[in-house]
Design a binder for this molecule. Sequence first.
Ligand SMILES: Cc1cc2nc3c(=O)[nH]c(=O)nc-3n(C[C@H](O)[C@H](O)[C@H](O)COP(=O)(O)O)c2cc1C
Length: 390
Amino acid sequence: MKNKKILLAVCGSIAFYKAFEILSMLKKEGADVYVMLSDGALKFCSSLGFEALSDHPILTSQSENWQAGLNHINYAKMDLILIAPASVNTINKLANGICDNVFMQTLIASNAPILIAPAANTKMIEHFSTKNSFEFLKSNGVKFIDPIEKTLACKDFGKGALADAETIIYEVKKSLNEPKFEGKKVIITGGATIEKIDDARAITNFSSGKMAKALADEFYFASADVTLIASFETNKTPYQTIKFQTSQELKSAIDENLQNAYMLVMSAAVSDYIPKEKFTGKLKKESLGSNWGLNLRQNIDILGSLKEFKNVKKIGFKMEMDAKNALTNAKNMLKNKNLDAVCLNVLDDEVKFGSDVSKICFITASETKEITLNSKQNIAREILNLAYNL
Ligand SMILES: Cc1cc2nc3c(=O)[nH]c(=O)nc-3n(C[C@H](O)[C@H](O)[C@H](O)COP(=O)(O)O)c2cc1C
């Protein structure tokens, strides 16, 4: 979103106050945000709060000023227009090309992509005129962010509340991104497997899943049909998520979703060894004695077991601590498991378990590309770009 010019167009809805949060979040993401308030919005609030948050003057019917550049032509030159909250009145006006004030003129004077987050009473949303407008606007490339179903400000229960700010930010990023993976199903796995020893203890590892989450987000922004299979909490993600704990659950989730998949990005950290048997209850030291050995067996090799899925592009992750042999080990993995790429991650003083930064070697049969130390989000974006060329 860095330096992208976004016009936040706010309508006369009781959800107007949520636009402050959306504005702040867009700015935090690096966007250059302009704000325009409708005549309806001006009945709910003044420009002042938005002036305090925005780096640009607020365009309204009252502030329109051609000498100062506050006009529908200047404010139409954007990378994206986000109407949030969007009133039914504005949606229906837009669908009918009505430009009877500076707010509507700006929307219609722009050829920027339009993203609409409606908020209104369910009956207003479901009215035939609004439904027609939705269909017509969609058929002309306008994207919508569905309102949420809950008890609305008017006390009616139904679909009509403005989508969460987090969801809106996801959709803004998606709209600004190249749809490199449009229509492609991408499965991403992440986090650590947890294998029970008894009902109180487990064998696991320190994988945080941050890289997987960053990858799932980036693939979503690139319009992929994302399924994230994760052992960690995945709140408020706009794509499908499946929770796993054990290696077996992870494998089953992959097997169930791999049909028709275009790509599998396997960044989950799977235990190499798991307990041979799981004890019920809690093992007691009194009965185990002063020395006790846990019986382990080698775990299933999930990625290695998927060789027959030749149509699915597969990217493996390899974490190494032995820098000397890391590259050779990763290249062996690429070959032995029939992968399209391996992301090699060598832990050192800069890159540790759970950190927000990483560095990766992206290895394919023909080349090895270094992605230098960067945030996991930026690394994920680079991996996506390299994965695009596989
Ligand atoms: C208290 C109150 C709350 C309203 N909330 C909404 C709303 O959430 N969504 C909506 O579409 N209209 C809502 N309206 C009606 C709009 O404000 C009205 O249609 C207005 O003309 C919209 O103007 P605009 O499209 O210029 O913003 C509300 C009206 C009032 C008085």
